[in-house]
Design a protein around this ligand. Structure first.
Ligand SMILES: Nc1ncnc2c1ncn2[C@@H]1O[C@H](COP(=O)(O)OP(=O)(O)OP(=O)(O)O)[C@@H](O)[C@H]1O
Length: 613
């Protein structure tokens, strides 16, 4: 890792000692750098253990890599997300929370959807309401019920209290049923991981004290994204013991309001509760002059550009429609790569130095088509959670694997039975006559697997897939996915001295094994949310028409939701280190076949005068 010199402002933050501090730092100001250097310094000074919390596994990995793996760091520092920190506590203390065995994580949104549907079906009263709804309303009903459940957990309210202000009072009872089904599957959802530890800390002082005494310093990154549960967890952890807390964040990058996050937890609650001292850091090390000027205009900021010598590019381009927009982007990519070198860009201009960002995934449709046509390699950046298989054989493998690890997992057992179109996954002759007869052999291999022989079982699977899948594309997809799984196992074993199958599955669910050996090749396609905290030399921000970005729902709601769309645009802009190309189509093809005229995003209007187009 290259050595960089910190600026005096950055250095003064690294050198802060005891006490509570709120570092308000703009995009690209080196927050992650500063935090890492501070953790290193604190660890060297031997003044006690340090807990560093990040919002993404990617950030945690980056910090861990920069810290290295000296004995001192390993002993003194815990770096992880809220979820991985809480999971590590749950694994030791689940019995105190009424579980006989460590509950398993149902991490997938589709699992939560199945759970709520099961909850609805299990009570005739709900089933009657639900069955009488048309498909669109059914979706709304399940979506709102899941939102209700998440809000109860994230806002730390009682279901009956929340129900008072809810249109559907019955969600209160659905909450209980949903939780009961989870428990009967010996499972928890993502919100539960934090909620349970918060419960543990608030109800069990002696356990909380163990952690309060264990850590002398707490550092948290991206604090503009804290929600109530996370902030209260932090408060309950610190109690009256831990006073040395540093929060780092940028209110302009607050984009998770839909998850209950608000920058007021750091700016108001933290400052008041911990008497934190505010310090600002508003230098930008990442972006070129053009990108910073555009970002400053967008947000009405006065961020100081450190890279003023690098002019960079900021351009807005309008296209007649989405197809023309995609063509423009692909042509620009070809033009840039054929340049090979540019004074503003270090090294050769390659696909790996480019990212295409959009508000939502659907916006990429035509770009993908044209990239495919031109044979330009690309990949989708994956989010924070585990693996999702798309080949049938790996889906079957995953479901058997879950059932093997958690025999109480009736949810995935049912999913498997539905997929295979059988009634009993334990009946081999049914499996043999099922939609996917290969499942008999997959089951056999999984039945025999242990954490120690899993690599051998993976080899057996590879042989099985090679011999039994005849369609080339399907075979390649299956083997690639198996390979990815195998790489995740290698990662997990590297990270854990006492590996177990259960631990491996949880690590996958939490996305802790995602930075496997797989090297992403080509241009990165990502939503802005997933790209948060990361950077790319050249960024194309596409689909910047009003209604797409900002999203039409936020426009309808206005207020804080619309502000978050603006913040999201700022996050997108500031991912670009050197060149930023922003595009929008003047009309869009609607699913029913009509073209609808579009206007430029309201946020770009401010910038039009700044750009030579
Ligand atoms: N003192 C410095 N000298 C040179 N480069 C620096 C310095 N500090 C940070 N950088 C570089 O600036 C870029 C931004 O740093 P970092 O990712 O830590 O910022 P950040 O504040 O976390 O960004 P954001 O909030 O926008 O995701 C990185 O490429 C980092 O290596």
């Amino acid at each position: 890792m290259s050595k960089i010199n910190l600026s005096p402002k950055q250095e003064s933050i690294v050198d802060l000692d005891q006490g509570a501090y709120l570092i308000l730092a703009s995009a690209g100001s080196g927050k992650t750098r500063v935090l890492t250097e501070r953790i290193k310094r604190l660890s060297d000074s031997n003044n006690g253990k340090i807990l560093a919390i990040t919002f993404t596994n990617k950030a945690a990995t980056e910090i861990k890599e920069r810290l290295g793996t000296s004995e001192k760091i390993n002993k003194n520092v815990f770096v992880g997300t809220f979820h991985s920190f809480c999971q590590s506590i749950l694994e030791l203390r689940f019995k105190l929370l009424g579980y006989n065995r460590m509950p398993h994580i149902f991490e997938d949104d589709s699992d939560r959807l199945d759970l709520i549907k099961q909850a609805i079906k299990s009570v005739p009263f709900f089933e009657k309401i639900y069955e009488n709804l048309d498909p669109k309303k059914k979706n709304e009903y399940t979506y709102n019920a899941l939102q209700f459940i998440s809000t109860v957990k994230r806002e730390i309210v009682l279901p009956e209290e929340l129900a008072k202000n809810s249109e559907n009072k019955e969600y209160q009872n659905l909450y209980e049923t949903y939780q009961d089904i989870l428990k009967s599957n010996n499972a928890i959802d993502f919100d539960d991981i934090i909620r349970l530890v918060y419960e543990l800390f608030t109800n069990n002082d002696s356990v909380a004290n163990l952690y309060r005494k264990a850590y002398s310093f707490v550092c948290i990154d991206e604090c503009q994204d804290l929600n109530k549960l996370q902030y209260f967890l932090l408060k309950s952890l610190c109690g009256n013991f831990i006073k040395n807390v540093m929060m780092v964040g940028d209110p302009n990058q607050s984009i998770y309001g839909f998850n209950g996050s608000a920058s007021s937890f750091m700016q108001k609650d933290f400052v008041m509760d911990f008497q934190a001292i505010e310090i600002s850091l508003d230098e930008n090390y990442r972006c070129s002059k053009s990108v910073i000027e555009a970002s400053n205009t967008l947000m009405n900021l006065d961020v100081e550009a450190i890279n003023y010598v690098i002019e960079g590019i900021f351009q807005i381009h309008h296209a007649d429609n989405e197809i023309e927009e995609a063509k423009y982007i692909v042509n620009k990519i070809k033009e840039l790569t054929s340049l090979k070198l540019h004074n503003d860009i270090e090294g050769e201009i390659t696909y790996e130095k480019m990212s295409i960002l959009a508000r939502n995934k659907f916006v990429f449709k035509y770009v993908e088509e044209f990239l495919d046509k031109e044979g330009i390699p690309y990949y989708f950046k994956s989010g924070n959670v585990g693996i999702k298989f798309s080949s049938n054989s790996m889906k079957i493998f995953d479901l058997f694997f879950r059932i093997k690890i958690n025999p109480l997992d009736k949810l995935h057992q049912k999913k498997l039975e539905d997929m295979l179109k059988i009634k009993d996954t334990f009946n081999s002759s049914e499996l043999l006559n099922s939609k996917f007869p290969i499942s008999v052999k997959i089951k056999e291999i999984i039945t025999n697997c242990t954490i120690d022989n899993l690599h051998l079982q993976i080899d057996l699977l590879k042989k099985l897939f090679n011999e039994s899948i005849f369609e080339d594309d399907e075979k390649k997809l299956t083997l690639d996915e198996l390979d990815d799984f195998s790489n995740q196992l290698i990662q997990y074993k590297k990270q854990n001295l006492k590996p177990t199958l259960d631990g491996f599955k949880s690590a996958i669910a939490l996305g802790l094994t995602n930075n496997s050996n797989r090297k992403d090749i080509g241009i990165c396609l990502s939503t802005v949310h997933t790209m948060k905290g990361q950077e790319s030399e050249i960024v194309f921000l596409i689909g910047m028409d009003d209604g797409t970005f900002p999203d039409f729902r936020a426009i309808n709601k206005g207020g804080e939701e619309l502000q978050q769309e603006k913040n999201n645009t700022y996050v997108a802009f500031t991912r670009a280190k050197r060149f930023l190309y922003v595009t929008y189509p003047k009309k869009r093809l609607m699913p029913w076949g009509d073209y609808k005229p579009r206007t430029i995003s309201r946020y770009l209007k401010l910038l039009l005068f700044q750009v030579p187009n």
